[in-house]
Design a binder for this molecule. Structure first.
Ligand SMILES: Cc1ncc(COP(=O)(O)O)c(C=O)c1O
Length: 410
């Protein structure tokens, strides 16, 4: 398996393993080693690897009908739209089903700009929404995009939950809105900023934000790629905050490991008569994606997974906090919301470059303990978004593995 990346365009640093299969929380490499997957792939396989119910749905769908084109809806698409509508009745949602997170975000922003007849988008300084041209502009303050999309307005996400910090961030938002409101269509936020550092804003921030936006004719949309579909114990994290947005985008967990995404527009936010814009995309409202969406929602409901994610999240967080107490020099700020947890391994006192090296080395050392972990926040934070069936024994396997790493001086 030497040089297995030779025919890949070098856009990513890969781990030195090639995976051959996965089952539940575990993945297996071609040399027969197994690893506990603490991030459900790229936060997608929320129901575990090779989930039999989802596999059956995929098989059945593939023998039923393929792509129905943009002119006709399939019965599964109609059912999926009803299902999505019914898990957020407060939105009276109108749905578009798509394939990837960035695609859903592009569609969402395109419509909100159209509906509000303005070009601008407010985004967080630490946001990540994908790497298409538009979404990259609204990610990480557009630092890496050439050229940036005009009318991008970057505001700070509260970095902690002190009243002062929240007030400071709201002040910047208010000033931005007052200065540019004639050009701003919407604000687009992750309800928990993941790649930017697992930042969990207090609900007051979003409640106040919505008040400011609404009174100035600006839409609010949430990117729930990671936080949606029950991750935090609610179908959508904005339900936890008690905020009903104008749109939600979903991806990752929505497909339980398959490329499925959706935009839920708030049916009360726009007047249907004025809605004349068209949208054509090859896999729009695809029956395959639709069947999976229904299967994921049924499985979460039948398994009581919203409730169990709250309990499991509390358990995981308590174990991380114990670890933090034991190793305060290695781990800080254990935090979480439902089954979305993490901790810091370095802070702002070191450069991004040094932090990135430390983050990669942590992940590689974890691999030696048969743990698949991911760093974020330029290597400063380790985030954990396991599948919803991860067991207490598997939590202990994670904690023991990290402890072993520390004891071995890694
Ligand atoms: C919050 C968020 N939005 C959007 C995306 C982009 O999704 P995709 O990679 O499916 O385009 C990601 C991917 O990591 C994400 O974390």
């Amino acid at each position: 398996m030497d040089n297995f990346t030779r025919h890949f365009f070098p856009v990513l640093t890969q781990l030195p393993i090639v995976l051959s299969r996965g089952e539940g929380s575990w993945v297996y490499d071609t040399s027969g080693n197994k690893y506990l997957d603490l991030n459900s792939g790229q936060f997608c396989a929320i129901l575990g690897h090779s989930n039999k119910d989802i596999a059956k749905i995929v098989a059945d769908s593939s023998l039923k009908i393929q792509n129905t084109g943009t002119l006709a809806l399939s019965e599964d698409a109609v059912k999926a739209a009803d299902y999505l509508h019914d898990i957020c009745p407060e939105m009276n949602a109108r749905v578009v089903i798509l394939s990837t997170g960035a695609e859903a975000n592009e569609a969402c922003l395109r419509y909100l700009k159209f509906l509000n007849n303005k070009p601008g988008v407010i985004c967080f300084d630490r946001a990540y929404h994908g790497l298409t041209h538009g979404t990259e502009s609204y990610s990480m303050a557009g630092r890496h995009v050439r050229p940036a999309v005009p009318d991008t307005y970057v505001v700070p996400v509260p970095k902690n939950n002190s009243e002062d910090e929240i007030d400071k961030c709201l002040e910047v938002l208010e000033t931005t809105v007052q200065t540019y409101k004639d050009r701003i269509a919407c604000a687009f936020f992750e309800p928990i900023v993941s790649s930017g550092g697992l930042i969990i804003p207090y609900e007051r921030y979003f409640v106040e934000t919505q008040r400011i936006l609404k009174s100035n004719g600006i839409f609010l949309a949430f990117d729930e790629a990671q936080t949606g579909m029950g991750r935090t114990g609610f179908w959508f994290c904005c339900q936890r905050y008690g905020v009903v947005p104008d749109a939600i985008t979903l991806s990752k967990g929505l497909g339980a490991g398959y490329p499925v995404s959706a935009v839920l527009f708030n049916g009360n936010s726009f007047n249907e008569d004025s809605y004349v814009m068209h949208m054509y995309s090859s896999h729009q409202n695809d029956p395959f994606a639709s069947a999976i969406i229904c299967g994921v929602i049924d499985t979460i409901k039948k398994g009581g997974l919203l409730e169990s994610n709250v309990k499991k999240g509390e358990l995981l967080l308590s174990k991380l906090k114990e670890l933090e107490k034991k190793y305060p020099d290695r781990i800080r700020n254990a935090r979480g919301c439902g089954l979305m947890c993490g901790f810091d391994i370095s802070d702002e006192s070191i450069s991004d470059k040094e932090a990135a090296i430390k983050g990669s080395s942590f992940v590689l050392n974890a691999l030696k303990q048969n743990l698949l972990l991911q760093d974020c926040n330029s290597g400063r934070t380790i985030r954990l978004l396991p599948n919803y069936y991860l067991t207490e024994e598997e939590f202990d396997y994670l904690i023991n593995g990290i402890e072993k790493m520390f004891k071995e001086g890694e």
